[in-house]
Design a protein around this ligand. Sequence first.
Ligand code: GLP
Length: 245
Amino acid sequence: MKITITKNEKEFDETAAWRIIAQILNKSNAVIGLSTGQTTIGMHRIVSQIHAQYPFDVSRITLFNVDELTNLPGEYTGSCHTMILNQLSGPLGIPEENFIMPPTMSDDFEKECRLFEQRLAERGGAGLQILGIGANGHIGINQPGTPFESETWVSPMDPDFEARVRRETKVPDHIVLGGLTRGIKNIMHSRKLILVAKGAHKAEIIEKAILGPVTTDIPASVIQLHPDCEILLDAAAGERITGRY
Ligand code: GLP
């Protein structure tokens, strides 16, 4: 496991952005998994800015997101589809067929999960998966207790996360939300993982996930077992592990 602790948020955003750009420059048909949330907005913005200033070829890359909310309209501002479209795939001009996302609405999400994985597999599978981490250690939307062999599925939402999504998206209460997420097994099959976190509020869970035991109680701890994995943090998120690895 490689651990990179950057000086501050700015350096974190820039470093993360260059990891994504490097993947694209190294492999013109790179398949890259993204993550939504506050942590990744800055890095997406910088990738878009650098591309606008110094265009590099993105015509053959595939982008997807590790998870998507279910039962809200795809064009909802809080859907992962909309966020990635606005933050990255739109600014880069990625053609629709190269931006692979499961639908937010369906009568058969099991089938959609299989199709999503199938489409990624047809392109050679994820070469890089960026992962955020939830305060309870979730990756994608795999909450504590999710078996490590889980495959892409619709997970119940963590109540705090659900409250936040409802606050941010204003989805009415009577609509049951779910989280379609790549399973932990699928995530672990990505050839390279980069787990990103910034801010002091992530320091404690980073300590547990990176220096604690590998346990389903903290889904992110599983990445300790991945052969090509980087933990990329700003100083605040890394404050409890600095000098201890
Ligand atoms: C949500 C997303 C995750 C993301 C996490 C972190 O749970 N579904 O994929 O990793 O948020 O969010 P933030 O970066 O806002 O802390």
